[in-house]
Write a protein that binds this ligand. Sequence first.
Ligand code: NAD
Ligand code: UD1
Length: 334
Amino acid sequence: MSVLVTGGTGYIGSHTCVELLNSGEDIVIIDNLYNSKTEVLERIKKITGKDITFYNADVRDKAALTEIFNKHNIDSVIHFAGLKAVGESVEKPMLYYDNNLISTINLCEVMKEHGCKNLVFSSSATVYGNAEKMPLYEDMPLGAINPYGKTKWFIEEILRDEAKTGNWSVVLLRYFNPIGAHESGLIGEDPNGIPNNLMPYISQVAVGRLKELSVFGNDYPTKDGTGVRDYIHVVDLSKGHVKAVEYAREHTGCEAINLGTGTGTSVLELKDAFEKASGKKIPFKIVGRRAGDPPTVYANADKAKKLLNWQAEYDINKMCEDTWRWQSKNPKGY
Ligand code: NAD
Ligand code: UD1
């Protein structure tokens, strides 16, 4: 029995592959390497000492998926493959709808044809749209403010409808802000070009690739005026996926579950923690707000504890230490 991991050479996928292998699962990866490199496979092998079956293919390619399901005894799928850059999704909405929606529909069809019913999907806190009340609970109304967010929301709706046929076990994992890296420093986040997200930006300033951090606004109604988010260590997040696969095997239906810590950290607090962890000064300037950024976002994480018996263990300091180990050992990425 194997777990198929789509997007398994990506940032969250690679860390999840390590946790799956460490927990004794057999895995098969499919990734078209659009946003990742094969070097990741060598690193996963180095960490776990285990071999991996990898297919360089697109999840939109039904024939390729069918071949994989014919060859391997796949009982569960974790579907990470997708495009995730908010700004790019506004400029190229069709690219996002095509890649994210078609891949998911294809995957479900092929799973169905092969009697595979357990699906764990990478959703996002972005599906809560512009919610104003915090923390976010899973039963709050859904929405989205950009095409990327809409792909996550629409896929959730599609999977909820499909699960009503009674033949599925779907877990929709809504991630908050994943940061950090495996503590070996061998795998981590390696964005293409200039990072859009805060943590990779800070770590590239620390390692000398970027000059200074721009803090997007210090006039928010938060503790120090800067944006507050629920940062979660990618290894904690990955362990949540192992639990979600186990849960899917034992249940039917469809559940949405937040994966967050329930704690908010501001931009300046994260910068300070990173300075402490790295011993490097992070020069910064305050600039205007980024369009669409809410002041504060954090999870209520009780449902994950209740259904999956999972909760985040690592704090912001550990997230910064592990990011720095990865970034300083791999200043140019993979
Ligand atoms: P990532 O870009 O590092 O990984 C995604 C992987 O999917 C990449 O390796 C890419 O090459 C592959 N891929 C994309 N489209 C594909 C296709 N059609 N066929 C085959 N492979 C394809 O991103 P990540 O940060 O690891 O995110 C994984 C998932 O989690 C994504 O679906 C993302 O939207 C979701 N998510 C990420 C975050 C975050 O902050 N990183 C937050 C919420 C949700
Ligand atoms: C962003 C996306 C969200 C996506 C998530 C994970 C937007 C509007 N939102 O979330 O849809 O699910 O990434 O990929 O893009 N900040 C700075 N300077 C920077 C970068 C960020 O001050 O250079 C601030 C932001 O204003 C925010 C915080 O840092 O307050 C975190 O930003 P980021 O890491 O981009 O995550 P989100 O905006 O929460």
